[in-house]
Every structure is written in structure tokens, then in C-alpha cells.
Design a protein around this ligand. Structure first.
Ligand code: NAP
Length: 321
């Protein structure tokens, strides 16, 4: 038997087909949003970063269910294009674009003020907007830019909208984290850009750990209000998330991802599950995996004392005082 015989042996074709089948089943997950008949007519929802990737499919799903959807995006042109697409696909004209740059505390305050002025209720808030691989940068609030975008901006947004959300109970807050939070560390000097290593997803991992920690503490503070807060991992998803990475990394990601990673639509499923599924009613302070299963987050995300401290630090960093 030559090397060529081995290379072209039918066993490879069969095992590749089997592997693809297994990956396909795993990618589909165990909950099907299209089979979920929950309607959101009369409910108001906000999805940040809704112009592309996972956020766009979350907004699309809410629009299909008849919700009033506020797409919170930073780019008017990209937001308008996605808005048109969602309205056209769903026939729901109650979908709106509001501009916000979640990395800027002033922009978040302006956005929240407008929402509080215009909206009578807010039943679902999905903090989806996020970045990975950004180079070092300090915002005009003195915050490290990845931390501002992925954690402190969304943290402030949630707190500013919290009274409205509580008045709208039952209501749900869903925060997009990542399984990468398990590789993150807590060091409060990170918030100001100190002691950070800028290599691949290292900074991102810390920000995603703060997402889970503060979601858990928020859930504890919200006990008895009828408002739940959960964090989710969407899976490894083929989106624009690697746009700040070197070309070679993006090429490899896309090549492998074509076969094995989730599409943006599939990546939206665990967030939609937490936001709308009936069986999620009352479930709070938990972390959900990309197949919608309840999963233990990393050890640091289970440290209740650390969560109290982290939440207080973030409150101080985002307060005007
Ligand atoms: N893709 C994955 O494999 C993966 C894995 C784990 C977790 N996640 C999480 O899932 C969420 C969505 O990511 P994605 O994969 O859909 O990424 P994406 O395709 O890059 O989309 C990110 C969205 O966030 C918006 N955004 C970024 N910075 C913003 C800012 N300062 N203000 C307002 N909006 C901002 C982007 O707006 P522009 O288009 O205008 O930039 C875009 O709409 C993120 O929180 C990410 O951390 C993704």
C-alpha cells in the first residue's frame, strides 16, 4: 500500500462525513428558537451592537416575535442598513435605531436619558456589543478602551435603565460573556490600562470575566424584583469579532470556522434562549453555555465576596462623583 492509497482511503471520507455530522448536531444546539412560540407583542427590547453578527440575529428574532426592538448601535450607516433588513424580513415596523458608543460613558448617559424619556417600559435588555483584540487605548473617561466597551459601558447602561426595567417586571437582562472568561483575571488596575498584556485575546478574557462576576452580583441585588440577569457564552461564532486581529489569524479562523464554528444565527441562540424561553422564567444569576445548558462559570466568577467588591468598583468608576 502506497501513501497515496492511504490518503485516498474511503475511511477518511467516512470519518470526515461523520465528524461533520457530529459538528453539525453540536452546532445546532438543543433549543430551537423557531420552535419556540413565545410572542413578544407589547414588549420593549434593547439589543446593543445589533447591526451585525450575533446582535443582529437576536434583534431579528425579537422583531419576528412582534417586540418593539431598539437597536443600539454606534454607526448610523451600519445601523440603518441592518434596521432596513430586519424590518423587511419580519414586516415589523416597530424596530428602531438609536445611536450609542458603549465605550463612552457620556454617550451611554445620553442614550439612556433618551430611552427613559421615550420608553414607557423595558422588558428585555441584551448587552451584546463587544470587541476583542483592540490595541491599547484610554478613553476620555480615563478607562482602558476594551474594558470600557465590553464591561463598564454596558454596566453603566444597565444601571441607568434599571428602574425602568424593574417597573416593567417580569423583565430579563442578558449579558454576552464568553467561555474565555475562565482565562481572565481580576486586577482593578486593569480598568485604567495598567498591568495588561496586549496579546491576542488576553485583555478580552479579563473583560468577559467581569461580565459574569457583575451579572451574578446584579442578580443578587435584584432578588425579589421580578428582574433576572444571566450571562451567556454564544459559542465560537463566525462574525466580525476578529476584525482587529492580524490577517493571518482571521484567515485561519475563517478557514477552520467554515467547517466547525457556528454561524451568527446559530450564535444568537443561547442569548435568545435566556431572553425569551418560558423555562428561563425566574432563573437568575446563572451562566449558560452555547447549547443553552446551565453551566458552572469559572471559579473567580463564583466568588461572591469578589463580586460585591467588583460591582462596587465598577459603580465608582462609572459614577459622575
Ligand atoms: N464571535 C464569537 O466567537 C464570540 C465568542 C464569545 C463571545 N462573543 C461575544 O458576543 C458579542 C457579539 O460579538 P460578535 O461575535 O457578534 O462580534 P461582531 O460581529 O464584531 O459584532 C460586535 C457588535 O458590537 C458593536 N460594537 C463594538 N464596539 C461598540 C461600541 N463601542 N459601541 C457600540 N457598539 C459597539 C459592533 O458595532 P460596529 O459594527 O459598528 O463595530 C457590532 O455591532 C460580543 O460581546 C462578544 O464578546 C462572541
Amino acid at each position: 500500500m502506497t501513501w497515496l492509497d492511504i490518503l485516498y482511503h474511503p475511511i477518511w471520507a467516512v470519518s470526515t462525513a461523520l465528524l461533520a455530522l457530529v459538528v453539525r448536531i453540536q452546532r445546532r444546539g438543543r433549543w430551537d428558537p423557531q420552535a419556540c412560540t413565545v410572542q413578544l407583542k407589547g414588549k420593549t427590547t434593547i439589543v446593543t451592537g445589533a447591526n451585525t453578527g450575533i446582535g443582529k440575529f437576536i434583534a431579528l428574532d425579537f422583531a419576528r416575535r412582534g417586540a418593539r426592538v431598539i437597536m443600539a448601535c454606534r454607526s448610523e450607516s451600519r445601523g440603518t442598513a441592518a434596521l432596513g433588513e430586519i424590518r423587511e424580513k419580519t414586516g415589523n415596523s416597530d424596530v428602531h435605531l438609536r445611536l450609542v458608543d458603549v465605550s463612552s460613558l457620556d454617550s451611554v448617559r445620553e442614550f439612556a436619558a433618551r430611552i427613559l424619556e421615550e420608553e414607557k417600559a423595558l422588558h428585555i435588555l441584551v448587552n451584546n456589543a463587544g470587541v476583542s483584540g483592540l490595541p491599547r487605548g484610554i478613553t476620555k473617561d480615563g478607562l482602558e478602551v476594551s474594558f470600557a466597551t465590553n464591561h463598564l459601558g454596558p454596566f453603566l447602561l444597565t444601571n441607568l435603565l434599571l428602574d425602568l426595567i424593574k417597573r416593567s417586571a417580569p423583565a430579563r437582562i442578558v449579558n454576552l460573556s464568553s467561555v474565555n472568561h475562565k482565562k481572565g483575571h481580576v486586577d482593578f488596575s486593569h480598568f485604567h490600562g495598567e498591568n495588561l498584556t496586549y496579546y491576542m485575546d488576553k485583555v478580552y478574557n479579563h473583560t468577559k470575566l467581569h461580565n459574569v462576576i457583575c451579572t451574578n452580583e446584579l442578580a443578587r441585588r435584584l432578588e425579589g424584583t421580578g428582574v433576572t440577569a444571566t450571562s451567556v457564552h454564544p459559542g465560537i461564532v463566525m462574525t466580525e469579532v476578529l476584525r482587529h486581529y492580524p490577517l493571518i489569524v482571521r484567515l485561519i479562523f475563517n478557514l477552520i470556522g467554515f467547517f466547525f464554528f457556528k454561524s451568527a444565527e446559530e450564535g444568537a441562540v443561547s442569548s435568545i434562549y435566556c431572553a425569551v424561553a418560558e423555562e428561563m422564567e425566574g432563573i437568575t444569576g446563572k451562566y449558560f453555555d452555547c447549547d443553552c445548558s446551565l453551566t458552572l462559570p469559572g471559579p473567580l466568577a463564583r466568588d461572591a465576596a469578589l463580586a460585591v467588591k467588583d460591582f462596587e468598583v465598577c459603580e465608582r468608576l462609572t459614577s459622575k462623583l
